[in-house]
Design a protein around this ligand. Structure first.
Ligand SMILES: [Cu+2]
Length: 200
């Protein structure tokens, strides 16, 4: 191919490749979905749904948008996390927070923590999300995180034993300041749970 033709071919291919990369639905991970049916741990009046959708940033980073609506919770803020086991019967079966990292320590807090605690690993977990805010009995949350993926990989919530969403009784204070490092800073008791399943 002579240089002029080569240049012409290249200048044709480059824009096509860029267009393909950014076209909606073209990237392999984009649009992958999951869902969870949220149920009260002990209170049957608590019920809701959550959807999780994976997309890819222009840079190629996978991120997941979590949207959740739950009715029947007490008004105010409630901690929400992705927990490490696909089990809600009982809610304790969901285990600690999704934390597949090499230094994985899924326990958010413990009864034996010192004050201030030295072994609280929250909010460093990959499954740590933000608070659900409940007004007039209806709680909503929308949050995009690049700490987890739905597609296979090291951050995937669809690991060997799956994952669940847990809504806690109290707000997550994010255990951010040294003075926050106490039992319950990750939201305390569990109000509701939903096993996360792949969705069409
Ligand atoms: Cu939690």
């Amino acid at each position: 191919m002579n240089p002029v033709t080569r240049y012409a071919v290249r200048s044709l291919i480059a824009p096509l490749a860029i267009a393909a990369a950014f076209a909606p639905g073209v990237a392999a991970a984009d649009g992958l979905k999951a869902a969870a049916e949220i149920k009260g741990c002990t209170n049957p009046a608590i019920a809701g749904t959550a959807t999780l959708v994976e997309q890819t940033t222009p840079e190629g980073v996978k991120e997941v948008t979590v949207e959740m609506t739950v009715k029947g919770l007490a008004d105010g803020k409630h901690a929400v996390h992705i927990h490490e086991v696909a089990s809600c019967t009982p809610c304790g079966g969901a285990g600690g927070h999704h934390d597949p990292g090499p230094f994985g320590q899924s326990r958010p807090d413990s009864a034996t923590d010192d004050v201030p605690a030295k072994d609280i690993n929250h909010p460093y977990h990959m499954g740590d999300l933000i608070n659900l805010e409940v007004k007039n009995g209806v709680g909503t949350l929308k949050h995009t995180t690049n700490r987890v993926t739905l597609s296979p990989g090291r951050l995937s919530i669809f690991d060997e034993n799956g994952s669940s969403l847990i809504v806690h009784s109290a707000a997550d204070t994010y255990c951010d300041a040294e003075s926050d490092l106490k039992k319950g800073c990750a939201g305390g008791a569990r109000d509701a749970c939903g096993v996360i399943n792949p969705a069409p």
